[in-house]
Ligand binder design. Structure first.
Ligand code: GLY
Length: 373
């Protein structure tokens, strides 16, 4: 910890790295990154929104540190996590003569981080990269832990690689430029950490949620730090998701099916699908007698207090029926031997993974939740 930012270590031996969290890291990005560079040169990948809001500040910071830079600006949105964009990024880097020892900077939200991180994995068999996440979702989840990749027409995140960054720089101040809806979508992933392993953190969120949404910078920094600390611990113990890391998929089995049903777009953002998915996972846990009946209600009360989507009824437009949603779950990459895997709760702060859920319990839950819309 310095007086300017906090540091979370991701303890992965030879691939260990720091997550630096604090306000003003964007303006200091050149000085933060310079010690990692073999030569003073960076290839930046970003999207149009981030470029408009923050690229000038980043470029000024890099110029001040004497770091030469080239930048590729891609369209914003999930559509950019595609084979076509991967090809574009890789060919652009080759044309710009990005070498094996150079550094790539992923400057944006989850789409840019996943895409640029995957491009870094395959370019010349591997080039190092820095994550500079600009959304809450990217700061607390996608920029940390090395999951990179793109979507396939067959589903989300089905093509990718584990590729750890060399550094993560999370500037809390840039969160101020997020739309409220995007902030709250990222907040869904924050709540996940409390539910899956830290009831005290969940209680802290229940108490501080309104101030976090209103923009309190110190509280936001603490929220990102605690989320990253938790994720870093899980990743350090189970980098390749053979066990504990699967807990991070709480809410994602239902959530991915809902995202697929709504077209991966503005109808339902990823974090919104996760929030509703977590509530359904808690419903399922309660129905199976695994956790107290009050658990799902307590989660939904917090989501509603934050102005977040909490039930299937909060999703606009038509949805498939229960069998249609179950069919979409079957395409999830967490499926093992044809059985979807669920993260369920014994209590708030106590999650576990299982593929032993009676299909009828899932069907009944979905059918009743759809009927209540
Ligand atoms: N977002 C889930 C993970 O990184 O494992």
């Amino acid at each position: 910890m310095t007086n300017r930012h906090s540091v979370v270590d991701v303890g992965l031996g030879a691939r260990a790295y720091e997550i630096r969290i604090g306000a003003g890291l964007l303006e200091r990005a050149g000085d933060e990154i310079a010690p990692l560079l073999d030569r003073p040169r960076l290839a930046i990948v970003t999207d149009e929104n981030v470029a408009r809001l923050h690229l000038p500040a980043l470029e000024t910071a890099l110029d001040r540190a004497g770091i030469e830079h080239v930048c590729l600006v891609l369209p914003a949105g999930e559509g950019t996590k595609s084979w076509e964009s991967l090809r574009q990024v890789v060919e652009w880097m080759l044309a710009r003569k990005v070498e094996r020892d150079d550094m790539i900077l992923a400057f944006g939200g989850g789409v840019i981080g996943d895409l640029a991180g995957f491009a870094a994995a395959v370019l010349r068999r591997g080039v190092r990269f820095v994550q500079m996440p600009t959304t809450l979702l990217a700061q607390v989840d996608s920029s940390v832990g090395g999951k990179t990749g793109i979507n396939s027409p067959h589903g989300k995140n089905l093509v990718g690689a584990f590729n750890q960054p060399a550094l993560v720089l999370a500037d809390i101040a840039v969160l101020a430029t997020l739309e409220a809806r995007d902030f709250l979508a990222g907040y869904g992933e924050v709540v996940k950490y409390g539910l899956l392993g830290d009831e005290d953190f969940f209680v802290w969120l229940e108490g501080n949620g309104p101030a976090l949404a209103a923009g309190d910078m110190a509280l936001r920094a603490e929220m990102v730090r605690r989320s990253c600390e938790m994720k870093a611990g899980i990743v350090a113990r189970d980098e390749l998701e053979h066990g504990e890391r699967a807990l991070l998929n709480l809410g994602h089995t239902f959530g991915h099916a809902l995202e697929a049903a709504t077209g991966y777009g503005a109808r339902l953002l990823h974090g919104e699908g996760v929030a509703i998915g977590m509530a359904l996972a808690l419903d399922l846990s309660a129905r199976l007698g695994l956790c107290a009946q009050e658990c799902p209600g307590r989660l939904r009360a917090h989501l509603v207090a934050m102005g977040m989507k909490a039930t299937l009824g909060d999703i606009p437009g038509e949805l498939p029926d229960a069998d249609g949603l179950i069919e979409l779950m079957a395409q999830d990459k967490k499926v093992q031997q044809g059985r979807p895997r669920f993260v369920l709760l014994r209590a708030i702060g106590e999650a576990f993974v299982t593929d032993d859920v009676p299909p009828e319990a899932v069907r009944t839950l979905l059918a009743e939740s759809l009927a209540a819309r």
